[in-house]
Design a protein around this ligand. Structure first.
Ligand code: ADP
Length: 508
């Protein structure tokens, strides 16, 4: 596709939103509590900005502790009484499936909304975010009818002839608080809600304050699908207030959180006061390891995509490149070439390949990291700055000559910034890859089976990809080692996180 002259000279203007999105934005967003859209008792609102222009596009309620009380009470009521606990698993399955169909029917609108709110391209949202969200609901729909316990024998002493019938049953954990970040707002909401609903829980969901819009639109679709009132409640608000109140609430049974390691630690501490079940999906600093035999064309495209996808705002972003000394220069040159060629622009513009970052704060944070890298002696191979524009753009950046003690090597940047290092042997690269408090994911690029199988067990990460990166499936457990969190979303393990295991022992 040829870039338009206007585009080549600077960032293109953001096209006008479609009538469907304009209509949604014109509805004054409210809180979803007990099946109704209600005002917050706080009366204050949170502005929502288009990251491509820096202009305000909406405002949402700033839920306070009283709103949290109301939402938790609605979720409790829906969990204990009314149609939800009496529903057959097949009925829950049908509801989840219907919601997936509604998401697909409104895919165009949701992709646009996600793009406007988060900054990502509408094309990417249409290809990744929206289908992954509906797939999550469809996949978990199937689990609703497949939750099972087991029967087993015991060796219990008793009077002669005593017999026991013993078995386990999985029951929904109860009211769950779900707190999600801004990088994949709809996917994150779906990944939290779908297994909880399949298991029979009720939910209080809090989207990130930066990106609340798609969750609110999802709330409308949840009502349209026919979920009983109170089964899903959605509160918009800030983390330190609304989020913290959900975590501390004594009537919430479980917290599922995705976000920064820093906030994960705060949440884990607070939740321990009431011994809540907690699952945490936190930060990462994922290595991309290129062995000397790898197919370099595949590696260059793959490594670039590993870091620049979603403007690098991905917990599994391949943010540390380790290439074998023999191929390092070629890989670095290739990835830098991709970075240089990427067209920055607003998400709704069809030629945009990389959108802005989510917020001014995030832009400043990422630019601050690049500055610290320079100051500590890293070489900027490409990028390293932001275009003159009111949107929150940062050019795709590659840093070389990095050392393991530099902040850019150690800390999660959450932006389009790659640090690159060379290595000589497998033990050395495994040690370097693991030299981080994180352990979320890693990718290895090689066709040497023996080397791959020797390296995979050495990598301390919840997911290891080989000759690919960013592959996340509803049926593949996902979560972290070390300070990347605990618990595994997706697959059977997600259902286990939303259920309690009850042992039953009957003397017969
Ligand atoms: P990021 O650094 O990616 O913005 P955060 O971890 O700050 O991620 O935020 C992820 C989610 O956690 C957001 O919904 C945010 O509002 C929420 N959050 C932030 N601080 C807290 C807190 N102290 N308690 C509960 N939720 C929080």
């Amino acid at each position: 596709m040829n870039a338009s002259p206007e585009f080549r000279s600077e960032i293109a203007p953001q096209p006008e939103p479609s009538p469907a999105v304009a209509k949604f934005l014109a509805r004054k967003p409210r809180l979803l509590i007990g099946g109704e859209w209600v005002e917050s008792s706080s009366k204050t609102r949170i502005p929502v900005f288009d990251p491509a222009t820096g202009k305000q596009i909406a405002e949402v309620p700033d839920a306070n502790a009283e709103d949290v009380n109301r939402a938790v009470a609605a979720a409790r009521k829906a969990f204990e009484s009314g149609p939800w606990p009496d529903m057959l698993p097949a009925q829950r399955e049908a509801l989840l499936w219907r919601l997936a169909d509604l998401i697909d029917r409104h895919a165009e609108e949701l992709a646009e909304l996600e793009s406007l709110d988060n900054g990502k391209t509408k094309l990417m949202a249409s290809m990744v975010d929206i289908p992954a969200a509906s797939a999550q609901f469809r996949y978990m729909a199937g689990w609703a009818t497949k939750i099972e316990g087991s029967t087993f024998q015991t060796s219990l002493p008793g009077p002669p002839g005593a017999k026991y019938h013993t078995y386990t049953v999985r029951e929904p954990v109860g009211v769950v608080g779900q707190i999600v970040p801004w990088n994949f707002p709809l996917i994150m909401a779906a990944t939290k809600l779908a297994p909880a609903l399949a298991a029979g829980c009720t939910c209080v969901l809090k989207p990130a304050e930066q990106t609340p819009l798609s969750a609110l639109r999802l709330g409308e679709l949840i009502i349209e699908a026919g979920f009983p009132p109170g089964v899903v409640n959605i509160l918009t608000g800030y983390g330190e207030t609304t989020g913290a109140a959900i975590v501390a609430h004594p009537d919430v049974d479980k917290i599922a959180f995705t976000g920064s390691t820093e906030v994960g630690k705060i949440i884990n501490k607070s939740a321990s006061d009431t011994v809540k079940r907690v699952s945490l999906e936190l930060g990462g600093k994922s290595p991309v390891i290129v062995l000397p035999d790898a197919d370099l064309e595949t590696v260059v495209g793959g490594a670039a995509q590993a870091i620049f996808f979603n403007s690098g705002q991905v917990c599994v972003a391949g943010s540390r490149l380790f290439a074998h000394r023999k191929v390092f220069d070629k890989v670095l040159e290739g990835v830098a070439g991709v970075a240089k060629s990427m067209k920055l622009g607003p998400g709704l513009h069809p030629e945009t390949q990389m959108g802005p970052l989510v917020s001014r704060e995030q832009q400043e944070r990422v630019l601050g990291y690049i500055k610290s890298g320079r100051e500590e002696g890293a070489a900027v191979v490409v990028g390293g700055d932001a275009p003159q524009h009111p949107g929150y753009f940062v050019r795709p950046t590659v840093l070389a000559d990095v050392r393991r003690d530099m902040r850019v090597f150690r800390e999660e940047i959450f932006g389009p910034v790659l640090v690159a290092q060379r290595f000589d042997d497998l033990d050395e690269v495994a040690a370097a890859a693991n030299d981080t408090p994180y352990g979320l994911a890693a990718s290895i690029w090689s066709n040497d089976l023996r080397a791959v199988h020797r390296l995979v067990p050495k990598i301390k990460a919840g997911t290891v990809w080989v000759n690919c990166h960013h592959m996340i499936d509803a049926n593949m457990p996902f979560g972290g080692y070390k300070q990347s969190g605990f618990g595994r979303e997706n697959g059977r393990t997600a259902i286990e996180m939303y259920t309690e295991l009850k042992s039953v022992c009957i003397a017969i």
